[in-house]
Ligand binder design. Structure first.
Ligand SMILES: [Ca+2]
Length: 340
């Protein structure tokens, strides 16, 4: 029961809901059937078991069956800047972009994914497209150079209950070469919230000179069935790391720095977010759902980074950084079910 209430707390909030993670994990898993839980602790043979029982060692060894994974993400919301307000209200001009720099260590597990994500939240009353909706522009990448956009089905009736939606889908697009560890690379997503479609994805790695732009304009955005809890329109910028539950060996922490978010309005790009994790002492914890006025935009500090969900292990660190002494770490390590 405790676990369920925790999930409910986090599901209400922002961004990439648990269901997203579960589905993406499942699809990722299907994509790599040959890697079916490699390194899993094998069950003891009958003989071993008998022997252990005889020796009184009844305890089961810790196996991956006890473990789960979840998204470790951070998010910041915007709404009050006049240009942002105009952009949020517009039915004709709603292009946005987000980019961020990331770095991973040599031993990073190859089933760790990281993402940037632009989201447009609508309130229950005074919405543009659908009540309490959350339009998600999420693209993952991994160290193998696989880009994984998370896209929706254009045939969904967005006025229908979320349970009737077709689920989101992922596609794996190969960049053609792997990413380099211990150096910073930039990922950028551009999205069109009027068309409800992605525009493009760019990957740039100065150390190798790799610079690739993918046309994602055939992919429709996904509408998060968890919806939006806000009482007004919000532009949200998110980044996160997630380990597909393949439990590949290796480390599970990546670093992010120098995050930029822009909107395209009145035929020019306007910078909404430009942050290198120097502006706040740490990532703010997710506010509990029972907090007074939890659903009001004003309850949350606009433009500050918050933990995306209770299970997210994130923070600001000075051990590794691209700018000015700080970066954000995103820890995608597996954990025992029910412990977060
Ligand atoms: Ca920084």
């Amino acid at each position: 029961m405790r676990k369920r209430s925790k999930q409910n707390l986090s599901i209400g909030l922002i961004a990439v809901a648990l269901s997203v993670v579960i589905v993406v994990a499942y699809l990722y898993y299907l994509e790599f059937p040959e890697t079916q839980f490699p390194g899993a602790v094998s069950q003891p043979s009958d003989q071993q078991q008998q022997q252990e029982e005889q020796e009184g060692q009844q305890e089961e060894p810790p196996t991956q069956q006890n473990l789960t994974t979840d998204l470790s993400g951070v998010g910041a919301g915007f709404y009050s800047q006049p240009e942002v307000e105009a952009w949020l209200e517009s039915r004709t001009s709603k292009i946005a972009m987000m980019e961020g720099w990331f770095m991973f260590p040599e031993d990073l597990a190859d089933d760790v994914l990281w993402c940037v994500d632009v989201e447009f939240f609508e309130p229950p009353i005074g919405y543009l497209y659908a009540p309490s909706s959350d339009w998600v522009s999420l693209v993952y990448i991994n160290r193998k150079g696989q880009v994984i956009p998370w896209f929706g089905d254009p045939h969904n009736d967005y006025q229908a209950p979320a349970s009737q939606y077709n689920p989101a889908t992922v596609e794996i697009i190969e960049l053609g070469q792997g990413l380099e560890p211990n150096v910073w690379h930039r990922i950028r997503v551009v999205t069109d919230l009027v068309a409800k479609k992605f525009v493009s994805f760019n990957f740039y790695e100065p150390s190798s000179g790799m610079n690739a732009t993918l046309d994602l304009s055939s992919y429709y955005l996904w509408r998060n069935p968890a919806g939006s809890m806000w009482d007004g329109k919000v532009l949200g910028y998110y980044l996160g790391a997630f380990k597909a539950p393949l439990f590949h060996p290796g480390s599970n922490v990546i670093y992010a720095d120098d995050i930029v978010g822009k909107i395209y309005y009145n035929e020019e790009w306007i910078t909404v977010l430009n942050d290198g994790f120097e502006a706040q002492p740490d990532i703010f914890p997710l506010k509990p759902m029972m907090e007074k006025d939890w659903w009001r935009r004003e309850t949350w500090e606009e433009g500050k980074w918050y933990q995306e969900r209770l299970a997210s292990v994130v923070g600001i660190t000075s051990t590794v950084y691209r700018s000015d002494g700080h970066s954000c770490f995103l820890d995608a390590s597996p954990f025992e079910e029910g412990t977060r």
